[in-house]
Design a protein around this ligand. Structure first.
Ligand code: FDA
Ligand code: NAD
Length: 426
């Protein structure tokens, strides 16, 4: 058995929703487009899962955060897909792909063929087992990648009021979940191997601000070590976390955020890979001209740095998806994808934005004991990255703009004293 479509989007996450909207704007006909997703719900704004979804009061729930509300666009509910003649094949895992024959095989045994495929399979959370620790299946050990994970996390939080949570990992998931658990009146200890939180992005000075802020909210940090095993009760529930440095932390629940791996396995050996993702050109087209890749799974040329990168953030998922559809539907008028990498986070009442690249020398500015501070990164004589906590809309726009211009910087001391006013003057 089988079905045939002109366009198939494989994956039903952020990129998929934005691609669907772009297809309709460019005039796709009823029955031409199909979305296949392992998830049982229509595409939604994944960032909500570690923020609004975990609030104790009036938490965000679907359908409120279906794509594309995150970018102030239309909200695409299942009804919207129906009205636009887009086939949503949900709760369906694709188990193999044949790019030469242009077919996908689902776990239910259906073959779906396409003329053009957009791969938007995102990524999966790394499991503790991959680091030699068992216990991920225990009911009070939580990961956070999709709605099923988020529901499990909410259940664990609800049965842990005023209890102890151990968070494994000091990255995005660790920091955002720690804040959400504190808001839910849970005692939080964060454990990570590095000397500071958010090591992939923050400088030690920036990290120290957030760690102090979290400590003031009651969060404890155990740094420079990893967990080696769990202690379980007779029901298979985790009761404590054992660390390499010999510490034992009692735990009513555990949240694990130790990074992701892009979902590329269907295409290994069929498409060219780079940086752990599917290598694409500036049109988001892979080494097979009928296959495009977008979002977390795509490794694409970042014009600003003349380098191929894979980004794991929502802004690039949204924009790369729209760009791929533009390249498919209007190839003559579509240039190469050009985006300034943009990351952000919101925790407690804090909020930061980052643009560009965090390489070279960091120049800090602002009041680190107050609410507004930041940093520029200067590499090979040019400003290449900007971070700002507590900015206004105009200030964030200014650091985005200055980063996109990559200006020459001769005097780091002068840049430091000018601080935010340097960006605001442009
Ligand atoms: P995404 O993961 O969204 O979707 C992939 C889809 O493919 C899923 O529906 C999956 O089920 C499906 N799929 C995979 N393999 C399949 C198969 N074989 N068959 C069928 N379906 C398959 N970023 C940011 O900039 N700011 C933020 O605040 C946050 N916050 C945040 C919170 C949380 C909890 C997470 C997990 C992530 C974020 N992010 C973020 C990152 C951001 O959400 C991420 O970059 C985008 O979701 C990537 O979009 P994609 O569509 O590429 O993958
Ligand atoms: P991450 O890469 O941000 O952080 C992983 C962290 O895991 C590291 O910082 C390290 O502290 C820790 N770690 C690594 N190995 C470990 C080990 N063996 N034991 C203990 N700790 C270990 O990944 P994440 O926090 O899992 O986030 C997953 C994905 O979700 C990322 O793609 C991220 O971009 C995305 N996300 C983004 C946002 C945002 O942009 N605001 C928010 C949430 C999630």
């Amino acid at each position: 058995m089988g079905r045939a479509f002109v366009y198939v989007i494989l994956g039903g996450g952020v990129a998929s929703g934005y691609a669907a909207l772009e297809f309709t704007k460019r005039g796709v006909s009823h029955g031409e487009l199909c979305i296949i997703s392992e998830e049982t719900v229509a595409p939604y704004e994944r960032p909500a899962l570690s923020k609004g979804y975990l609030l104790p009061e009036a938490p965000a729930r679907l359908p409120a955060f279906h794509t594309c509300v995150g970018a102030n666009q239309e909200r695409l509910t299942p009804k919207w897909y129906k009205e636009h003649g887009i086939e949503l094949v949900l709760g369906t895992r694709v188990i193999s792909a044949d790019v030469r024959r242009r077919t996908l095989l689902t776990a239910a045994g259906e073959t779906i063929s396409y003329k053009i495929l957009i791969v938007a399979t995102g990524a999966r959370a790394l499991k503790l087992e991959e680091f030699g620790v068992n216990g991920s299946d225990a009911e009070n050990v939580c990961y956070l990648r999709n709605l099923t994970d988020a529901n499990r996390l909410v259940d664990a939080m609800n049965s842990c009021s005023r209890g102890n949570a151990v968070i494994i990992g000091g990255g995005y998931i660790g920091m955002e979940c720690a804040a959400s658990l504190v808001i839910n009146k849970i005692n939080v200890t964060m454990v990570f191997p590095e000397a500071q939180c958010m090591p992939r992005l923050f400088t030690p000075k920036i990290a120290s601000f957030y760690e102090d802020y979290y400590k003031a909210k009651g969060v404890e940090f155990v740094k420079g070590t990893v967990l080696t095993s769990f202690d379980m009760d007779s029901n298979g529930k985790v009761v404590a976390v054992n660390l390499r440095d010999g510490k034992r932390l009692p735990a009513d629940m555990v949240v694990v955020g130790i990074g992701i791996r892009p979902n590329t396995s269907l295409f290994e050996g069929q498409l060219t890979m780079e940086k752990g993702g599917i290598k694409v050109n500036g049109k988001m087209q892979s080494s097979n001209s009928s296959v495009y890749a977008v979002g977390d799974v795509a490794a694409f040329p970042v014009k600003l740095f003349s380098e191929t990168r894979r980004l794991e953030h929502v802004d690039s998922a949204r924009k790369s998806a729209r760009h791929a559809v533009s390249a498919i539907m209007d190839p003559e008028k579509t240039g190469d994808f050009d985006v300034v990498p943009f990351f952000y986070s919101r925790v407690f009442t804090l909020s930061w934005q980052f643009y560009g690249d965090n390489v070279g020398e960091a120049v800090h500015f602002g009041d680190f004991s107050g609410n507004t501070f930041g940093a520029y990164w200067v590499n090979k004589g040019h400003l290449v990255g900007s971070f700002l906590e507590g900015g206004t809309k105009e200030e964030y726009e200014a650091i985005a703009m200055i980063t996109s211009l990559k200006p020459a910087i001769e005097d780091l001391t002068k840049l430091e004293s000018q601080g935010l006013s340097y960006a605001m003057a442009v």
